[in-house]
Structures are given as structure tokens and as C-alpha cells.
Design a binder for this molecule. Structure first.
Ligand code: UT7
Length: 323
């Protein structure tokens, strides 16, 4: 390893418009009680017409850069995790680079759906570790509301829009202690948008590219894979779960979050939960929750924090960070 990597800044953004469970009762056969008891969600934020993933990413990114005390021109790598890119190409990372007035550094998207931020962080960590980057901007940003069937109550109540960002910099001491990412395409059909540019371009043009999910099976898999992922991150660092100060989990379902906290024997007051406020924002969910807990002072310098996430693919991962 040439250099250690540290998170030096955080930022996040949620679109202004809030859609509550109660409001969803008006146009969907559902109830606040069902949604909250099954998922822990009370409301989600929805991007306005004409507001796109890169717009959300830009606000979160500028906040992260500012909180690190850096300038845009210090950045030498941009990785954006998103499932809902503004355009087929260029990548959202290139669009963001242009907005930030940065020229020349590598900028690209990674696509691992809800585990996307863990994948993007893994990339940044390895770039910095090998000396290829010294100041990386990592963003998770989604306008997931655009790939939902608003008549399908089993999916549309669960997701929302948002963005989170971190700055990762080369440092003398770590920082990021280890990163572990996985995928298994065997389960590609359990959580997916089954059409794309190559297979069904007309459906995309018609706005008929919707998220489909076998909820129960995804739930079972998420609990099992994330449980293994947190054990993996502990074992690879040779540390006991009692040494963990905070869990910042993917915000998909409060029952999944509680199952992983139980596996870590971590009390829920050491777990950052924001799902009630914004639902599942896919790649944005971990950096959003992390930013909230850093800004409100819960997560402090020196704390050991586990990130974990699970998404379509399946994809999943975990990371141990010392703040
Ligand atoms: O971020 C990517 C990872 N994604 C996840 O981790 C999500 C994993 N899955 C889940 O979170 C849960 O499976 C759900 C929240 C999606 C569903 O919870 P569940 O306890 O597994 O419920 P279910 O799918 O077994 O549905 C139970 C019932 C069904 O009715 P019947 O067949 O028992 O009569 C559904 O039709 O609830 C019904 N239902 C609803 N009722 C009211 C499904 N969606 C709704 C709804 N409102 N929105």
C-alpha cells in the first residue's frame, strides 16, 4: 500500500418535495400503518420535474468538498454510483465534473444499484491506496422515483430520491481499514428493471422501465448476505464487534437493519437510521445516513464505523472506517 485513505468531508441532499405514506393512501391501496410496520418508512423525497440525478449529486458533492475544506480543483478522481443516470452517456460523473469546473481527472459511474456507494468507495480506496489518486470525490445519487411503477404498491412505497457524497483523501494513517464487495448474478431476476437500452429501447422511451422485486426472497437474502458481510469485515481486521462504535447500514428496511444490528450485538442507539425520513434511496442511502450522523455530532473523530449495503444483482458489500 502506497498511501492510507481517509474520509475528510461529507455532504447530502434531499429534494424539496416530500411524499408521505398518508398521501400515498390517496392514490394507492395501501396504508401508513402497513408501510411503516413492514419497512420503517414514513415518507420519501421526490425530485421535481426537471430536477435530475446530477442536480442532486452536485449539491451533495459541493457540501462534501466544503466540509473537507477543499476546493473543486483539488479533486483528482470522481466516482458516481447511480442506477438512474441523467443520460445514456456521458456518465453522470462527467456531467458532475463539468458542473464543478474540474478538467482532466478520471470521472466515471459505477452501477451496483443499492450497493453502488460501497462499490464506488472500494474503487476510490484502491485508487488512493495505489497512489493513483490523492483526493477522490465519491457520490451516491438517485432519482429512483423515475423507475417505479406508481401503481405497484409492493415496490413504489419503498423507494425515494436523494444524494450523498464523501471526499476520500490520501493520509498518513487509515482511515478506511478494509473494503469488501461481492456480486452474484444468479439472482438477477429477483430485483431488477428488466429492460434497457439494448433490449427494449421503445419501452424506455415510453417510460415503462420499472423496478420489479420479489420482496420476501430479497429480504431473506439481504439479511443473510449482510450478516456475512459484517462478519467478514470484522474478521479481516481481527476486531471484535464490541469495538464498533457505529453501524451505518443501507436504509432499505428497518427489519433488515435490526437483524444486522442483532448479529453484531449492537444496540439500536449505535445504528444510524434515517429510513423513516427518505425510504430507500438506493446508492444514496449510506452516504446520506452517514452525513446526517456526522453533522449532528453522533459520529466523532476516532469512531470505528461499519458501512454495509445490499442491492440488485445481487450486489453487496461492507467497509470498516475509522473516522
Ligand atoms: O435495497 C434493495 C434491497 N431491497 C430490500 O431489501 C427489500 C426487501 N424486502 C422487503 O423489505 C419486504 O419484503 C417488503 C417490505 C417489500 C414486504 O414486506 P413483507 O413482510 O415481505 O410483505 P409481503 O411481501 O409478504 O406482503 C404481505 C402482504 C401481501 O398481501 P397477501 O398476499 O398476504 O394478501 C401483499 O399483497 O402485503 C401486501 N402488500 C401491501 N399491502 C399494503 C404489499 N405491498 C403492500 C402495500 N400496502 N404497499
Amino acid at each position: 500500500m502506497i498511501s492510507a485513505a481517509r474520509i475528510t468531508g461529507t455532504g447530502s441532499y434531499l429534494p424539496e418535495k416530500i411524499l408521505t405514506n398518508k398521501e400515498m393512501e390517496q392514490f394507492l391501496d395501501t396504508s401508513d400503518d402497513w408501510i411503516y410496520s413492514r419497512s420503517g418508512i414514513r415518507q420519501r423525497h421526490i425530485a421535481a420535474e426537471g430536477e435530475f440525478t446530477c442536480d442532486l449529486a452536485e449539491v451533495a458533492a459541493r457540501e462534501a468538498i466544503k466540509s473537507a475544506g477543499r476546493r473543486e480543483t483539488d479533486i483528482d478522481l470522481i466516482v458516481v454510483a447511480t442506477t438512474t443516470a441523467d443520460q445514456v452517456f456521458p456518465s453522470t460523473a462527467c456531467l458532475l465534473q463539468n458542473r464543478l469546473g474540474i478538467h482532466g481527472c478520471p470521472a466515471f459511474d459505477v452501477q451496483a444499484v443499492c450497493a453502488g456507494f460501497l462499490y464506488a468507495m472500494d474503487v476510490a480506496y484502491r485508487y488512493i491506496s495505489t497512489g493513483a489518486s490523492r483526493c477522490a470525490l465519491v457520490v451516491g445519487a438517485e432519482t429512483f422515483s423515475r423507475i417505479l411503477n406508481w401503481e405497484d404498491r409492493s415496490t413504489c412505497v419503498l423507494f425515494g430520491d436523494g444524494a450523498g457524497a464523501v471526499l476520500v483523501e490520501a493520509a498518513d494513517t487509515p482511515g478506511i481499514l478494509s473494503s469488501h464487495i461481492h456480486a452474484d448474478g444468479t439472482y438477477k431476476d429477483l430485483l431488477c428493471v428488466p429492460v434497457g437500452v439494448s433490449t427494449a429501447y421503445q419501452q424506455l422511451l415510453n417510460g415503462e422501465a420499472y423496478t420489479e422485486m420479489q420482496g420476501k426472497e430479497v429480504f431473506r437474502w439481504a439479511v443473510s448476505a449482510l450478516g456475512d458481510a459484517v462478519v467478514e469485515v470484522l474478521e479481516s481486521n481481527g476486531i471484535h464487534q464490541s469495538e464498533i462504535d457505529w453501524l451505518v447500514p443501507h436504509q432499505a428496511n428497518i427489519r433488515i437493519i435490526k437483524a444486522i444490528a442483532k448479529r453484531l450485538e449492537l444496540s439500536m442507539d449505535r445504528v444510524v437510521v434515517t429510513i423513516d425520513q427518505h425510504g430507500n434511496t438506493s446508492a444514496a442511502s449510506v452516504p446520506l445516513a452517514f452525513d446526517v450522523a456526522v453533522r449532528d455530532g453522533r459520529i466523532k473523530t476516532g469512531d470505528k464505523v461499519i458501512f454495509e449495503a445490499f442491492g440488485g444483482g445481487f450486489t453487496w458489500g461492507s467497509m470498516l472506517v475509522q473516522i
